[in-house]
Design a protein around this ligand. Structure first.
Ligand SMILES: NC(=O)c1ccc[n+]([C@@H]2O[C@H](COP(=O)([O-])OP(=O)(O)OC[C@H]3O[C@@H](n4cnc5c(N)ncnc54)[C@H](OP(=O)(O)O)[C@@H]3O)[C@@H](O)[C@H]2O)c1
Length: 282
């Protein structure tokens, strides 16, 4: 297939690029060459590439969405919607990523499936939800994959770096009262290829199994990295003073994958073990 990937330098995009490169003809423009918010450029790019599939991995972070809601709207709603329309005009399918932050997370203990109502509590979550709907309406050949707390090589976020910091003897602060599913980017990329192979369009949840908070993740990372857990300072979400409010309890499971015979991904602890082994191969 001819596949275009937007956001291919990011965490998810770079891993998809690596996996898809072996079997497909890839087009992976850098952000400066193709901005998803510029519809004329997106149209010209699709006309020149004539893709069979476009994968949208573009993103801006949660707090930036809160600070710049118009940009959030452009990156998360109008850009993907236009891309989906243009892809349809070319007979191409589209795969797009979304987030657990489409849920409000107010019901402690509840695991969200696709059947649950969405009610986002921040700009990122609200725009991602509107983007999902817009995309699924604009192109009947759409896959939307909601994922959560992604970690792996290629991004210096908390989950990806905590084992390294602890091993180096660095003190870290870890939030104890926000729970979700975590997702190893290698597992997300591999499952994305399995979803594409099924050619069954629709809305998926792709996360590693298990429910955790950041503190549990840090403690497990410390154990696996043979680091001292005394380096971990427990804090609450309110202590962390992040700009955008985060939903408190948003673990997910996937009803559609189960119907298609795709088993749940391995437990997050096994995935973290694999990641730390990959990051420190000896
Ligand atoms: N990471 C997570 O924990 C997580 C959790 C849930 C859902 N997701 C979703 O997963 C998807 C991928 O996220 P990620 O973590 O891989 O993001 P990321 O690492 O921040 O990468 C984002 C990519 O998008 C590019 N980009 C940003 N603005 C763009 C624009 N206007 N036009 C074109 N490209 C643009 C960036 O390029 P530059 O760096 O050059 O700007 C980068 O290549 C997103 O849909 C995100 O919402 C991620």
């Amino acid at each position: 297939m001819k596949i275009g990937i937007i956001g291919s330098t990011g965490l998810v995009g770079s891993h998809l690029k690596r996996l898809l490169a072996a079997e497909h003809e890839l087009y992976t423009p850098h952000h400066v060459a193709l901005d998803i918010t510029d519809t004329a450029d997106v149209r010209a790019w699709c006309r020149s590439v004539q893709p069979d599939l476009v994968i949208n991995c573009s993103a801006i972070d949660v707090d930036r969405c809160e600070r710049e809601p118009q940009l959030a709207e452009a990156v998360n709603v109008t850009g993907p919607q236009a891309l989906a329309h243009i892809a349809r005009e070319h007979g191409a399918s589209i795969l797009h990523f979304s987030t657990n932050y489409v849920f409000d997370g107010k019901q402690h203990g509840h695991i969200y499936t696709q059947a649950d109502a969405t009610d986002a509590i921040n700009v990122y979550g609200r725009t991602k939800r509107v983007g999902e709907e817009a995309l699924l309406t604009a192109n009947p050949q759409s896959y939307v994959i909601r994922t959560s707390w992604v970690f792996g090589t290629g991004k210096e976020n908390f989950l990806s770096t905590v084992h390294r910091k602890l091993r180096a003897g660095e003190r870290i602060r870890s939030i104890k009262d926000v729970w979700a599913s975590a997702t190893y980017v290698n597992d997300l990329a591999a499952r994305t290829l399995e979803v594409l192979a099924r050619r069954s369009y629709g809305l998926y949840h792709v996360v590693n199994a298990g429910v955790l908070n950041y503190l549990e993740f840090a403690e497990e990372a410390a154990r696996l990295a043979h680091a001292d857990t005394a380096l971990i300072e427990q804090v609450s979400e309110s202590d962390a003073q992040r700009l955008a409010e985060r939903p408190r309890f948003t673990p997910m499971s996937c009803s559609l994958s189960a119907e298609l015979g795709l088993p749940p991904l391995r437990d997050w602890r096994a995935a973290l073990t694999a990641y730390i082994a990959e990051a420190n191969p000896h």
